[in-house]
Design a protein around this ligand. Sequence first.
Ligand SMILES: Cc1cc2nc3c(=O)[nH]c(=O)nc-3n(C[C@H](O)[C@H](O)[C@H](O)COP(=O)(O)OP(=O)(O)OC[C@H]3O[C@@H](n4cnc5c(N)ncnc54)[C@H](O)[C@@H]3O)c2cc1C
Length: 540
Amino acid sequence: MTKSHTRPGEPWDAIVVGAGHNGLTAAAYLAKAGLSTLVLERRSIVGGACVTEEIAPGCRASTTSYIASMLRPEVIRDLDLPGHGLRMVPCDPALLVPFPDGSVAPWWSDRSRTVEELSKLSCADARTFVRVDDELKRLARYLQPFFLEPPPDVGARGLAGLLEALRLRKKFRGISGGEIGRMVSFLTGSLGDFLDRNYECEKVKTLFLANNVYGKHGGPYSPGTALGLLFHLLSGGEHGLQGFFGHVLGGMGAITQAMAAAAKEFGAEIRTGAPVARIAVRDGRARGVVLENGEEIAGRVVVSNADPKRTFLSLVEASALPEEFRRAVAGIKMDGPCAKVNLVLSEEPRVKGMPPDFTRSQRSLFTLVPSLEFAERCYNIARQGEIPEELWVDCVVASNVDPTLAPEGRHVMTCFVQYVPYRLKQGSWDENRELLGDRVVRKIGEYAPNVPGAVVARQVLTPLDLERTYGLTEGNIFHGDLSLEQLFFLRPVAGWARYRTPLLGLYLCGAGAHPGGGVTGAPGHNAARQLLRDWRRSAA
Ligand SMILES: Cc1cc2nc3c(=O)[nH]c(=O)nc-3n(C[C@H](O)[C@H](O)[C@H](O)COP(=O)(O)OP(=O)(O)OC[C@H]3O[C@@H](n4cnc5c(N)ncnc54)[C@H](O)[C@@H]3O)c2cc1C
């Protein structure tokens, strides 16, 4: 059943503020269910932090997110994203770390091949890897169902409380006491302590590090950083493989282009270049939106894909929300700790130690972080408001996998930088943008000496640029840090984890809602489901 908005003056059933991948996912599900749905995006393109953009003539890059790992298989299927052009190919190796001694360690998607690589470093670690991998995958399966459902309602009482307890029990059926203990330690413990307890070889530990803590606050020895080990083993991609890492042909924007096409096919309308100035409130209910140009658009419900701080502290007038709720939102930890540098190169990077028999696509990624201690130091410097001299950089030569991204003789490489401050102790990001770019290129040059001389174009996105250009408050790539005190029933804030908000008729559908950030489509899917339940109930 699809319904388009045909009669002028009639309110839309649903207005979605923001065409990030979660806004588009929510819109597609709402339109599919028959609600007339309008999506309003402030930028001139859809996709939010999941886009492909031209960074030099003829050269296109995934300017922000760059690897698809946790996109929900259900969303891919329900929206028929492959039917709308989405093609993903597994990253293989899923990751590769070059070390300062000129050696490289790859992590293959085929476990036995990874075990073989690890046994070259330490036979004991290779054996431990199998045991730990089995255990992590088993534990991740307990968390998996929570991804596409609202988080546990810890406030439920009476019959609702009983049903909620039963729901939880069902999810954890068969879990042993030992597994509960280990689950708690993954949720609360540090990645560094976990690795030190289980592995002896520094290079093996670094391989795990290179796959974790991205976008998060905290060095590898900070509590809560072990959680990423489980998150990355949630299944993803078209075939729901545990630990899937995928390159997207056409760049990450191909995901959101496919989502937009699906939403439109279901009847949704999408307007770009339409920044929402505020959410209109009358008689204690969201009634639509007012654009920055003054245009008023009426809607029966409003769904915000903007992050929680932007939604509740700038789009909704203060008097429409309880003061306590606004205070809780203001307290959400954001101050994004990452940046991105996108490069166009005249030559493919020649990484020292890269095996000569590797194919082009096997040479498409490498992570520059030599040790846990290096990462810890880097975080500690960044949290003091300084830009570390020595940076952790995750590089993907996307044009090695998809040559259509760059013309002959050009290569596109995206470089994610982990651990820079949002708030600088001295100076501004406008003054320090090029310094960051220089440090990133210098670091890459230590491992791939031909890169500094091959840079043809460079785009540096500081945390401030992520805020200004992509609308991510404080440059936080996940709409709020993914720490335990901001997850599950505490996301975005305690008491409001089920996509509804204290303002009737307003829902939150972005990464600031459960289960959080990353290109998953899960918050958008879950928010639409919650809204539709409420919609049917109110119509009954
Ligand atoms: C540099 C970087 C690297 C990343 N790398 C990865 C990665 O490799 N893999 C991965 O899975 N995830 C990655 N992420 C995280 C992931 O991209 C995000 O968590 C996710 O895309 C958020 O999606 P969203 O739809 O919830 O929000 P967003 O993508 O932030 O979309 C929100 C949309 O709302 C719009 N908007 C905001 N305010 C208004 C308004 N007032 N009016 C109209 N529109 C408005 C914004 O313009 C934006 O389009 C990365 C993010 C960044 C920034």
